[in-house]
Ligand binder design. Structure first.
Ligand SMILES: C[S@@+](CC[C@H](N)C(=O)[O-])C[C@H]1O[C@@H](n2cnc3c(N)ncnc32)[C@H](O)[C@@H]1O
Length: 433
């Protein structure tokens, strides 16, 4: 219990319920964090992320333990029990404390008639230990459709992908090349007692041995570094940036790649950053401000070029399309609950539509980098294949890189447990006439 009167577990149950009803953790967690005391925030965050990560496994166990499903108005107690099971199975918390505090949370949720059931289910769970997993959904803790799709798309890698999705992602930094060399910043981290090493592929990347709050990172507030996964950092290595170029970041928010572009090449003519989301676009400006960088921001549907384009073509375009985000599940485990199989075909059509539109604003001699954080070929190399079939003047460039897999029409990085996220990149050029 905290001085704001809400037990952490009941708040976590509310968050899990909101996710099940379609809200992302990014949307609902900030509000929930305000309902608990400051010192309980890390615990609330860990409970919400952990319960989403292991939702499908915990839910299989809970359903087996409940003789019949709880009534709809009592569904919140189902979520409370999932949070408690997460703690029993995955945390160091003493079982008696989990039990007592969950019963207390049940009362705080105004469900006194279910305290006996809560107590009984958790006692049995503690006494009997974790049951055998009934199927792969429980074993890998992923929704059935996702599991089957991954098995189909990646017959040799699907288990490694699922395991990587369930692992804790490392904290990775991008050193601001305008301010520090990577080795220089590594030394500052060592001086601050923060263990870290250079990333394998991204030239300005540093991976920390253990995550730290950003305010412990030397000169973070002054723009020395940004938090960005290694795979996301690779975009600038593909863009062939040079002074004088006009660059478009077509789906820019929250601006991680916009800032990486500006950091990696000082004398660009202009960087235009577009995002259709009025909520997310301000995040781009915040990131630019912290890093002391300048870009032209536009809130627009990038595909509707009449709405925003000034008829001046772009030399370089980054098209980091909206996607299933199945390459970043370890950082956003709520994706397992939020994404539906039926989302993929509409997403693919949006992705192809954006690519067709961006081709119109690319200068002859220009280069476009297509990116997703998805591991589904439907959103990745198959989009590029479809585009190349219909667009005669598009030339596929095969980057000379050591990372990822050659998919013939692009390169795929699969999520790797102790390093980068899952990502896809393809590089296209429009020849001079
Ligand atoms: C994968 S995220 C971009 C991440 C960003 N590039 C970064 O590195 O920080 C995709 C973004 O595309 C935006 N978006 C989706 N459809 C769009 C459209 N038609 N036009 C412009 N932005 C769009 C979403 O609001 C979202 O912010």
């Amino acid at each position: 219990m905290n001085d704001r009167g809400q037990p952490v577990r009941s708040v976590a149950a509310g968050v899990l319920q909101a996710v099940e009803n379609g809200q992302s953790l990014t949307q609902c967690l900030p509000r929930a964090l305000n309902e608990v005391a400051d010192n309980e925030r890390p615990q609330l965050q860990a409970l919400c992320y952990g319960s989403c990560r292991w939702f499908h496994r915990l839910d299989a166990e809970l359903q087996a333990r409940l003789k019949k499903p709880l009534r709809k108005p009592d569904r919140i107690v189902h979520h409370l029990l999932l949070v408690a099971l997460f703690q029993l199975r995955f945390s160091q918390q003493a079982p008696y404390a989990v039990l007592n505090e969950t019963v207390e949370a049940c009362r705080a949720l105004n469900k006194p008639h279910l305290t006996g059931l809560t107590n009984g289910v958790l006692r049995a769970a503690e006494r009997e230990g974790e049951p055998a997993w009934p199927d792969d959904v429980a074993r890998f803790s992923h929704p059935h459709w996702m599991l089957e799709k991954l098995r189909h798309n990646w017959p040799h890698d699907w288990q490694a992908i699922l395991d990587a999705n369930n692992a804790q992602a490392p904290m990775t930094l991008r050193v601001n090349a305008r301010r520090f060399s990577r080795n220089g910043y590594l030394q500052h981290l060592a001086d601050a007692g923060i263990e870290a090493a250079a990333t394998l592929f991204a030239p300005y990347g540093i991976q920390l041995v253990a995550p730290v709050p950003v305010d412990r990172l030397p000169w973070f507030a002054d723009g020395a570094v940004s938090v960005q996964d290694e795979a996301a950092q690779l975009c600038t290595t593909l863009m062939d940036l040079a002074p004088g170029q006009r660059v478009l970041d077509a789906c820019a928010a929250p601006g991680g790649k916009t800032c990486a572009i500006l950091e990696s090449c000082a004398a660009l003519d202009e960087v235009v950053a577009i995002d259709e989301s009025t909520d997310r676009l301000p995040r781009v400006q915040e990131n630019l401000d912290r890093l002391d960088l300048i870009a032209t921001l536009k809130q627009a549907d990038a595909a509707d070029i009449d709405q925003w384009w000034d008829q001046r073509p772009f030399d370089r375009i980054l098209l980091d399309v909206p996607c299933s985000a199945t390459g970043v599940i370890r950082r956003h485990p709520d994706i397992k609950l939020l994404r539906r199989e039926s989302d993929i075909v509409p997403l693919a059509s949006i992705q192809l539509g954006l690519l067709e539109a961006m081709w119109q604003v690319l200068a002859p001699g220009g280069r476009l980098v297509y990116a997703t954080c998805s591991v589904f070929p439907q959103e990745n190399h198959r989009i590029i294949r479809r585009f190349l079939k219909q667009q005669n003047d598009a030339v596929l460039i095969e980057p000379d890189v050591l990372w990822g897999r050659d998919m013939e029409t692009g390169r795929q990085l699969l999520p790797a447990a102790e390093s980068h996220d899952g990502f896809f990149y393809a590089v296209l050029e429009k020849p001079e006439p």
